[in-house]
Design a protein around this ligand. Structure first.
Ligand SMILES: C[S@@+](CC[C@H](N)C(=O)[O-])C[C@H]1O[C@@H](n2cnc3c(N)ncnc32)[C@H](O)[C@@H]1O
Length: 410
């Protein structure tokens, strides 16, 4: 990868998708001109074919739960049913809402939180797109097992994402699970041909690991949920060597952008941040929506937000948490410091644009003189886009795999 670039936000681009019932216009988030990037895949098409083959038509009487619908293509195809949707990603939700509107649905689906206790809602169908994380699939199926009732459950994934372990997880919760022949480079998982095992629950979540006296909470699917990421560790090691002590006369709002389990900001607030005494703060602190905290943590993933909440509460750190897309919901000139270990995966794929977009957001949201900390893999060459955006960019530390940048806004 030699170039990463960020295009200012544009109107969504829709591509035509054929379903067994009608043709749809579907966008992804963000939308793209790239002919290889679209808002659905073969596993979505296969699922919809399977629904039609079982004689279901999209009608108001059909109740369906759709789990991990990337940009809402499956839900949109079934928009005339009573649709409940489970999706971890904030961007995924926004994509779904846009696709519903574009295809003239007269209502929006109900977003469903599997982390809460729910009774069996009497679904006819439960459709599950295989997520990247086995832990997340395990947790989702453990939650679904007790609320699936007599629903027909169908799983679907691109063949390369359906592993022996995937089938094992299905069988643990839903009984014997044959797989279909491959079609559209995808496979279906078809549980229910056997007795359902007695109820199991994954009660092991959140899992905690420790770093420098911090208890870090993790729900399934969160980044570095098993152990600390090497890049994140490298950044905190720089701080330990005295490279970040920070005081700020305005009270200093810190933002953890793409917070994951929030280890970075919990560590920063405990060890690096020097709070300004209340008496010196004045009354015009720049905060968001009445939030009193000096720290704002944002992530696209709901599992990350839940994990961050655990980390902060376990370590006595106050934070304002936002399930959102980058810094879109925040005003300009707000933050003194932004911490960012950018994502370079989007679902099962790789995305460089996300990082470039985050840097551009950071430039807008930093106050003059404010600083962005970035850690990333050396081969991603973030310095190209950072130097284009920021007036001063300094690389620190020496690591064969990772680089760290401090970037100042003029
Ligand atoms: C490489 S991880 C870093 C997590 C954590 N800061 C750490 O260092 O362990 C990147 C994080 O960015 C989040 N993310 C991805 N896209 C995002 C977006 N558009 N807005 C906010 N967060 C996003 C991911 O869910 C993930 O938690």
């Amino acid at each position: 990868m030699t170039h990463i670039s960020y295009k200012e936000e544009q109107a969504p681009l829709f591509k035509s998708m054929k379903t067994p019932w009608d043709d749809l216009f579907i966008t992804r988030m963000p939308s793209s001109n790239d002919p290889n990037l679209q808002g659905w895949d073969g596993a979505d098409l296969y699922l919809l074919d399977a629904v039609a083959e079982r004689g279901y038509a999209p009608a108001e009487t059909v109740r369906v739960l759709i789990v991990n619908d990337t940009y809402g293509a499956i839900s949109t195809a079934l928009r005339h049913c009573q649709v409940d949707v489970v999706t971890d990603s904030f961007r995924g939700r926004e994509g779904l809402k846009t696709n519903f509107e574009k295809n003239l649905a007269d209502h929006q689906p109900h977003f469903y939180d599997l982390g809460k206790v729910h009774p069996d809602k009497g679904w006819d169908l439960i459709l599950i797109k295989i997520p990247k994380s086995h832990d997340l699939l395990d947790w989702q199926l453990s939650r679904l097992q007790s609320i699936a009732g007599s629903a027909v459950v169908i799983g679907s994934g691109l063949t390369k994402h359906v592993h022996k372990k995937t089938i094992k997880i299905f069988e643990r919760y839903l009984g014997k699970t044959p797989t279909s022949l491959a079609k559209y480079r995808s496979r279906l998982l078809l549980p229910g041909s056997d007795k359902i095992p007695s109820e199991l629950q994954s009660n092991v979540w959140p899992k905690f690991w420790e770093y420098h006296g911090l208890a870090v909470g993790n729900y399934p699917g969160v980044f570095s949920g098993e152990k600390l990421d090497q890049g994140t560790r490298f950044l905190m090691e720089q701080w330990q060597q005295g490279k970040a002590k920070y005081t700020h006369s305005s009270g200093g709002t810190v933002i953890d952008l793409g917070c994951g389990n929030a280890v970075l900001s919990a560590y920063y607030m405990k060890n690096q941040y020097v709070p300004i005494p209340m008496a010196d703060k004045g009354t015009d602190n720049k905060h968001v929506d009445g939030a009193k905290e000096n720290l704002i943590a944002i992530d696209d993933s709901w599992q990350a937000i839940c994990s961050a909440k655990k980390t902060y509460s376990s370590n006595g750190v106050d934070a304002h948490l936002i399930h959102g897309d980058g810094l879109k919901s925040l005003p300009a000139d707000l933050a003194a410091v932004i911490l960012c270990n950018p994502p370079f995966h989007e679902g099962h794929g790789v995305s460089y644009e996300l990082a470039a977009e985050m840097f551009s957001h950071a430039l807008r949201v930093l106050e003059p003189g404010g600083k962005l900390w970035v850690v990333g893999n050396r081969h991603l060459r973030y310095h190209i886009v950072l130097k284009r955006l920021f007036s001063r960019v300094q690389q620190i530390g020496n690591h064969p795999k990772f680089v760290i940048f401090q970037c100042w806004k003029r």
